[in-house]
Design a protein around this ligand. Structure first.
Ligand code: CP
Length: 305
């Protein structure tokens, strides 16, 4: 495995399977792992807002017996005085054993990783990558369905700017007999490079549609996404597109009984709260899984046995 995790495609299928196995073992035997990172420190450098990613990284390190330093607002760090990402990372390296970084600029965690000798984990860089969300999604798929193969995965909503969708497509395209149904308005379709460089290159079956209801009966996984206001250049376009898809109990009437509904969260309107009590709603179980896979990942990157 590389020193860092910047893009999910850096992980082989075997490495992903191993991380999922370890995460599932941690869930069963948390006591075995309670002191694995004793004396080690995680630095969370978050230049962009986050609830789940930052808190799950921090919980993960505490549950491994380690400790956490960092900032959740770039305005309270010397970035506000113009310090570069590289200099901040080199400073933090003096105090911590591993870094988790979220940054609005694509490539910033890569710059940090190349500036330090400790592992750097990309906790989300602009519209680019969010590999630990993808690991969370993969663990959730494995726990909910018991397999990665033979699945029809519907991705719905903002497939243009949705970094988690792009990473999920890249990761799941490596498994056998996986088919994607890409559900979006015309303006938010999956970028051409994702289709050519990932789906077509790997011979993965996919269809594009605007109809969530039409796609629903065939899906094993429904991956809902938020239309991301922060990625739009134009407020009018955001307002026009934001409520294109709202998942309700009625729209689930034709879904499979064992469908799993995932969402990286936060949600705004795209899943009605009435869906939350449906046992097929997996998104809060997905949040919990995020802690376990990040525990497995940090141990692996720090070489903890
Ligand atoms: N899924 C996710 O990245 O959530 P946060 O933005 O709250 O970290």
């Amino acid at each position: 495995m590389n020193k860092d995790l910047i893009d999910i495609r850096e992980l082989s299928r075997e490495e992903i399977d191993e991380l999922v196995d370890v995460a599932e073992d941690i869930m069963l035997h948390p006591e075995k792992y309670a002191e694995k990172c004793k004396g080690r420190k995680l630095a969370t450098l978050f230049y962009e807002p986050s609830t789940r990613t930052r808190l799950s990284f921090e919980s993960a390190m505490y549950e491994l017996g380690g400790s956490v330093i960092g900032f959740s607002d770039a305005g309270s760090s010397s970035a506000a005085k113009g310090e570069s990402v590289a200099d901040t990372a080199r400073t933090v390296e003096c105090f911590a054993d591993i870094i988790a970084m979220r940054h609005p600029k694509e490539g910033a965690p890569y710059v940090a990783a190349n500036s330090v000798s400790i592992p750097v984990i990309n906790a989300g860089d602009g519209g680019h990558n969010h590999p630990t969300q993808t690991l969370t999604d993969l663990l959730t798929i494995h726990k909910e369905k018991g397999r990665f193969e033979d699945l029809v995965i519907g991705c719905c909503g903002d497939l243009k700017f949705g970094r988690t969708v792009h990473s999920l497509i890249a990761a799941m395209s490596r498994y056998d007999n996986v088919k994607f149904v890409l559900i979006s308005p015309e303006e938010l379709k999956v970028p051409e490079n994702v289709k050519t460089d990932i789906l077509e290159k790997n011979g993965v079956d996919f269809v594009e549609t605007k109809s969530l209801e039409g796609a629903m009966p065939n899906l094993d996984i429904l991956y809902m996404t938020r239309v991301q206001r922060e990625r739009f250049f134009n407020e009018a376009d955001y307002v026009r597109l934001k409520d294109t898809y709202i998942l309700t109990p009625k729209k689930l009437q034709n879904a499979k009984y064992d469908l799993s509904i995932l969402h990286p969260l936060p949600r705004v309107n795209e899943i009605s709260v009435d869906v939350d009590k449906d046992p097929r709603a997996s998104y809060f179980r997905q949040v919990r899984n995020g802690k376990y896979i990040r525990m497995a990942l940090m141990m692996k990157l720090m070489g903890v046995d």
